[in-house]
Design a protein around this ligand. Structure first.
Ligand code: UD1
Ligand code: MG
Length: 424
């Protein structure tokens, strides 16, 4: 968007989280909270400038989001949200457009709401547009105070509000569109004479009102979207809302989910249609699941590719692996990183596989360890077979060619190669 700059506030430690980790790095469905407003900004809003104000654990935040499109600016002491925005002034000195201010602790906001807010602000040619929301329980939020003519007059923080003002259900979301010139002038005028002794960003609203600037309030369509996360309980609530959004998306795309509330799908996961997820599935990272698979109950899959028609049965964990079509894994299997199971292969109960290729139609059905191995097509691995890949100093490979039959309780001391069709 032309003439748009985005400033995201992320300098506070988040006292109410009672954590050693800065609030915006707390994970929400597998990704740090801050990644949500940031990604939305970079992918959907595409402003001229994206500025993130950091303070606590600045280095960790910068390391987590190294993107050349982001400019980080430090707020040394956390003197309040108004002070935080003022830190971006040197970077926006010549900028005459609109500044969209977001909070790093408001991750559920959607691209649609923000785009509409920015368009509305432009169309109405106002100085300041506030995103507000109507919440049944407004506790913890700043309240929007309207004047006699219904115009927005000011925002009052809960700690500074009178009991009458606390009854107001229209709340401040902490998201604003404001003309840069007015913003930075107003920020030099706000004071700390309030309950928290901080420079409150929302005080620019009252200043705009006194200066007879045009102010508009736009209400977010879904109050859940604007939820600010300040406590662990709110973190859990926000995660549940986000998880439900993701589940609804995949159900609409043709995925069956039994007992949806027990299933967690991270936003980066992709699932093919007619796949069934049984209770307690956790799909993480860059996982891609093909069509017509059956997963679970109790399955965790991270950063893996699963082909069409695969079955992942009860109590199975899979990490950074590839499974081709029609394979069956589990119950009670563990695929550690870098496994590749070819079409129609079978890994059964109490089998652990690590960094190995399992050929087409090959079976290891019971109680085995297969590590650093290459198994050909149509191999049968008997119960209790172990590849002894480690001699105490180095890892060695096991190669088993096509159509080999390995009897029960075989210990294959690597390095070792078993030729095609051999019977052990
Ligand atoms: C703020 C708003 C409140 C609004 C609510 C919505 C103020 C004074 N109040 O309250 O009206 O209803 O958000 O969620 O703005 N931050 C900094 N530097 C600071 C202080 C804060 O970068 O000096 C950052 C925090 O890291 C956080 C964001 O600003 O990401 C909001 O701060 P927070 O303390 O959570 O404000 P709220 O009390 O939630
Ligand atoms: Mg907050």
């Amino acid at each position: 968007m032309d003439n748009l700059a985005v400033v995201i506030l992320a300098a506070g430690i988040g006292k109410r989280m009672r954590s050693d980790l800065v609030k915006v790095l707390h994970p929400l469905l597998g990704r740090p909270m801050l990644s949500y407003p940031l990604e939305l900004t970079l992918e959907h809003l595409q402003p001229e400038k994206t500025i993130v104000v950091i303070g606590h654990q600045a280095k960790q935040i910068q390391d987590a989001f190294s993107d050349p499109r982001i400019t980080f600016v430090r707020q040394k002491d956390q003197l309040g949200t108004g002070h935080a925005v003022a830190m971006s002034e040197p970077l926006l000195r010549d900028f005459k457009g609109c500044v969209l201010i977001l909070c790093g602790d408001t991750p559920l906001i959607t691209a649609q709401t923000l785009t509409e807010l920015a368009h509305h602000h432009r169309r109405k040619k106002v100085t300041l547009t506030l995103l507000t929301a109507h919440r049944e329980d407004p506790r913890g939020y700043g309240r929007i105070v309207h004047g006699a003519l219904g115009k927005v007059h000011k925002v009052v923080e809960e700690k500074d509000a009178t009991s009458k003002e606390r009854e107001i259900k229209e709340v401040n979301t902490g998201i604003y569109c404001v003309q840069a010139r007015f913003l930075f002038k107003a920020l030099t005028k706000i004071r700390t004479d309030n309950a928290q002794g901080e420079y409150y960003l929302p005080d620019i609203v009252e200043l705009a009102h006194y200066k007879k600037k045009r102010i508009n309030a736009v209400s977010a369509p879904d109050p859940a979207e604007i939820m600010g996360i300040n406590t662990r309980a709110e973190l859990a609530q926000a995660e549940e809302i986000l998880a439900e959004r993701v589940r609804q998306h995949w159900m609409a795309e043709g995925v069956t989910i039994q007992d949806p509330r027990s299933v967690f799908i991270e936003p980066s996961v992709h699932i093919g249609k007619d796949t069934v997820l049984y209770p307690n599935c956790y799909l993480r990272g860059k996982t891609i699941i093909g069509e017509g698979c059956r997963l679970g109950p109790q399955v965790q899959i991270s950063d893996s590719q699963i082909g069409k028609g695969v079955q992942i049965r009860f109590c199975t964990m899979i990490t950074e692996s590839t499974i081709e079509a029609d394979a069956i894994v589990g119950p009670f299997s563990h695929l550690r990183p870098h496994c590749h199971l070819e079409r129609g292969s079978k890994i059964g109960n109490f089998v652990e596989v690590k960094q190995s290729r399992i050929g087409e139609g090959t079976k290891a059905n019971h109680l085995s360890y297969i590590g650093d191995s290459e198994l050909g097509k149509g191999v049968n691995i008997g119960a209790g077979t172990i590849t002894c890949n480690y001699d105490g100093f180095h890892k060695h490979r096991t190669i088993i060619e096509d159509e080999v039959f390995v009897g029960s309780n075989t210990a294959l001391v690597a390095p070792i190669k078993v030729g095609r069709g051999a019977v052990l």
